[in-house]
Design a binder for this molecule. Sequence first.
Ligand code: CA
Length: 232
Amino acid sequence: MKRALLALAVAAPLALTACKKQAEDAAPAAAPETAAADANAAAPAAAPAAPAAATSEADAERAAQQAKLDYATMEDGYINDAKAQWATSAKASSSYGYDAAPAADDHGSYTPWQATGPVNGETWSNKNQNVGFDWLEAGFDKPVSATEVRIALETGHGVEGITKIELIDTDGNAHAVWSGLSDSKQDERGPRTWIVRKFEPTAYQAKGAKITFANNVENDYSYIDAVQLVGN
Ligand SMILES: [Ca+2]
């Protein structure tokens, strides 16, 4: 990073007279003298690059803060999206700590109910590791022609094991909107990882979203904090 910034700072004043590749090749020996010689002429144009002179440590700290701000802005957009609904009901193939499916009004830790409502740091989690598949099906009050599904996973547990997202229409039929090997990674900028899948508006009215995990792909439990369905 530091080297790249230096090369960029050197290359900028030279850009009018030399190609970038030549500037990089010449940088170690010619940089100080050339930069000084060009300083007066290039100063106005080079002004925006001045912050690059800060220490790399300060740059790294600022970049980390910027990443957190970007995350907050992204998440705020999801949370306050007028076209998004939070799940109001949920059921799952298994729940951590339960031998049988918890009752719908069981609001204990890791029950499917914990995946309803806005993100709050409380999650549903599955019971199995390493073997088979687990799924959670979220239900929504208002059927919509859907364009997007968003799933908030605590930290990022399950982000690599997710294998299928289906929408459930008003007749109870399942429609896969995505399946395969996950290309998502844990978002280290914030406390949750959002899996976002967009698609063309569905011809059917969707009222549910079913999320399936292959438990052996990511050797960990999966934790869903909240699910959003977006559409009109
Ligand atoms: Ca939750």
